[in-house]
Write a protein that binds this ligand. Sequence first.
Ligand code: HEC
Ligand SMILES: [Cu+2]
Length: 370
Amino acid sequence: MAAAARGGEGLTRMAKTRHEWDWRAIVGRAAGLFVLLIGVLFAAALCTASPHGDNPVPTIFEPHSTPADSIYDLSHFVLAITGLIFLVVFSLLTYVVAKFRNRAPDDKREPPQVYGSTQIELAWTVIPILIVVVLFLATARVIHAIQDAPKPAAAVEVTAIGHQFWWEFRYPALGIVTANELHIPVSDPAHPTPTFLKLLSADTDHSFWVPQLAGKTDLIPNRVNEMWMDPHRTGIFLGQCAQYCGAQHAKMLLRVWVESPEDFEAWVSAQRQPANQDEKEIGGKRVLETTACVNCHAVSGTNATGHFGPDLTHLMSRRTLAAGAAKNTKENLRLWIQNPDAIKPGSLMPAMKLSDVDLDALVRYLETLQ
Ligand code: HEC
Ligand SMILES: [Cu+2]
């Protein structure tokens, strides 16, 4: 008996020391969480504090188009409500944990248990339902406003087709085909000229996302999705395929050039010109026309009519190669044709194994495709 009692005492002492230690661990963990939270807020503040203008980092914190604006406002509203819930719950929790912690003089009996309080149960059922209904209605309103926006007559229509791992942009009404760099006019709210996109896919799922201009919309095989944007200022806005689509998904970037009406007109008329027919680089042109390039690429006015890869008719009007994987320079262009994997491992263009003479002539020719 005596031994058992002594054993019991030991257990109680052990339990007591463990409880005290637990309490310190809880404080430590709460402090850790707090520091983490401050860190996250600090990082977010750094992001939003980045200088305005051509932001090289795609950011949801600097919307410049109606759909992006409404999503931004909605996210503030949702954050305010959920933040409030977090504050209330976290404060109550901290208060309860601190006030009712295990103290030395406590007897070890269970506290009184409360069952079947209709008022409390009603409160914690009805209040969350109301909160969810408010969040749902606010979200549904924004979705409806964006999805059902009327298309004005002055809208620019573009068909965007996702490919592994690049973007094809077609302007059916203007007869333009280009890749990876979308040009659209700025939209003056007094005379809106929004751009409406039809989204298609040539192979697998992709997702069109330019955070500063609109939300994400997927491009799905055998389905037509739609989205629109009406940028309020000119500039270059960066985006990214937002749906994992294969090895080079991460190098499936896109850039949107938002231009003044005059600049957009100038770009349109330049794109509508046939490819440069200057015969100066005829040697390089012959290399193109006698190589498998023609099966995958189109250059207007030549026998290259393939559509598996980007249209090259105005290749040099683009600032980047291979969906933003490299700057469009002479060296990168040569390297790309010699060995695409050096720039974008796993891209669907094969290394063409041309001789140095042919390669140089071909690059000189491609450089005339303004
Ligand atoms: C089997 C099809 C195929 C063949 C053959 C092919 N390409 Fe490509 N090419 C592609 C694909 C696909 C891409 C897009 C790669 C990416 O961005 O992931 C591409 C991209 C390019 C680009 C970059 C275009 C841009 O705007 O980003 C150039 C330039 C190019 N190819 C030139 C050539 C030349 C020149 C040849 C012939 C020597 C050739 N290609 C042969 C499929 C092909
Ligand atoms: Cu993709």
